[in-house]
Design a protein around this ligand. Structure first.
Ligand SMILES: [Zn+2]
Length: 315
């Protein structure tokens, strides 16, 4: 398979919203690992809007030390927009449109988006990101709904995009080639999924954490979290990622025969008081350092992983 072939592949682009790199490194993610090694990368954005604006312009989080590889082959850059400054980097998929979605739509791909954090609420005319897609499916809290503790600290299942894998995969498989984007809010506060349901303890911790996010203040005061409290909350994000890994495994199985190029990363991380603040939207290594996996699905004869056939093929 030659370099130019990558430009003809269908694409699955997934953002694990707010997922910290150290959480990903400690989680059990056998399906993501079939894509390739977990890379430690740096995002150009500290919150959802700028991080996705860069991503949709082809600017992936950049690996810090390791080289980006796809099927064992080193890749300087997967995508590069004509709007980017000139560079000597070797690019697999240069494009001229204003965003990846316009490029792929112009190539005749079916372009489908799905999301769950409020920047992707397609019913809100102030949101620019879902409008970049000809077809977008939003699952989640209305962006203009009152942000009360009762509305935010909730269990989540069917209102998570990855609970709708079959529908999203069927939409893709109706077309010869597809570009599927999924923003996954499962790893975003409140970190609730079927693997990480609320308890009395976590409900109370999450209410305090939301107040710390909102105030952007230090750890003093009534809402101060102990190291043990923070470990419980990071454990929720870890379990939320492991739930996403299972759902993505189902997606990979359904789409594997189409050999899509798959990129999975966080848009940004999350600070838990390491620099005195909580949340994201500000520069700190815990916010800018994110996990990244890349690969191509649909290998034949690859080793078995976690009871499933590996989905990765070698380019
Ligand atoms: Zn985000």
């Amino acid at each position: 398979m030659t370099d130019t072939d990558l430009a003809d592949h269908s694409v699955v682009l997934v953002t694990l919203d707010s997922c910290r790199y150290d959480v990903a490194a400690s989680a059990h993610t056998p399906n993501l690992e079939t894509l390739g090694p977990l890379l430690r990368a740096e995002s150009p954005g500290t919150y959802t809007l700028p991080a996705h604006a860069a991503l949709f312009n082809g600017y992936l989080p950049r690996p810090v030390t390791e080289t980006l590889t796809i099927g064992g082959r080193s890749v300087d850059a997967i995508w590069r927009s004509a709007a980017a400054r000139s560079s000597n980097r070797q690019v697999d998929i240069p494009f001229n449109g204003p965003a990846l979605m316009a490029h792929y739509e112009g190539q005749g791909y079916r372009v489908v988006g799905a999301g769950g954090v409020t920047f992707f609420d397609s019913a809100d005319p102030a949101n620019s990101l879902p409008g970049l897609f000809p077809e977008f499916h939003y699952f989640g809290r209305l962006s203009r709904a009152p942000a009360t503790p009762e509305a935010r600290v909730v269990d989540r299942d069917e209102d998570l995009p990855l609970a709708h894998i079959r529908m999203l995969a069927d939409l893709c498989l109706e077309a010869d080639r597809f570009f599927l984007f999924v923003n996954c809010p499962s790893t975003h506060i409140p970190y609730t999924t079927p693997f990480s349901p609320l308890t009395e303890q976590t409900s109370e911790l999450l209410r305090r954490l939301y107040r710390l996010h909102d105030s952007q203040q230090d750890t003093s005061g009534d809402d101060a979290l102990t190291p043990e409290d923070i470990e419980v909350l990071l454990g929720m994000q870890r379990r939320a990622l492991e739930w996403a890994d299972v759902r993505l495994g189902d997606l990979f199985s359904r789409l594997g025969t189409r050999h899509p190029l798959v990129v999975v990363c966080a848009d940004h991380g999350e600070e838990f008081g390491e620099g005195g603040r909580f949340g994201h939207g500000h520069p700190h290594p815990t916010v800018s350092t994110v996990p990244l996996w890349c690969g191509v699905l649909g290998g034949v004869g690859c080793p078995e992983v976690s009871g499933q056939r590996s989905n990765t093929m070698i380019l």
